[in-house]
Design a protein around this ligand. Structure first.
Ligand SMILES: [Zn+2]
Length: 60
């Protein structure tokens, strides 16, 4: 699962509903509405049929 960087709520992958805008992937926290950035990981060059893997971006 992912953890909201603002309120620390744990959000299950299947309810996080990742979205994509001009800044990249993100999910919206169900608890506080905070937008948490995500990064696409893994191979991205083999076509559109590949599974999408997303990892949470953790601010330093
Ligand atoms: Zn939150």
């Amino acid at each position: 699962m992912w953890t909201c960087t603002k309120c620390r709520l744990s959000v299950m992958f299947n309810v996080a509903d990742p979205q994509l805008d001009e800044r990249g992937f993100f999910f919206t926290c169900l608890g506080c509405g905070h937008t948490n950035p995500l990064a696409r990981v893994g191979p991205t060059h083999s076509g559109d049929d590949e599974p999408l893997y997303l990892a949470q971006v953790v601010d330093a």
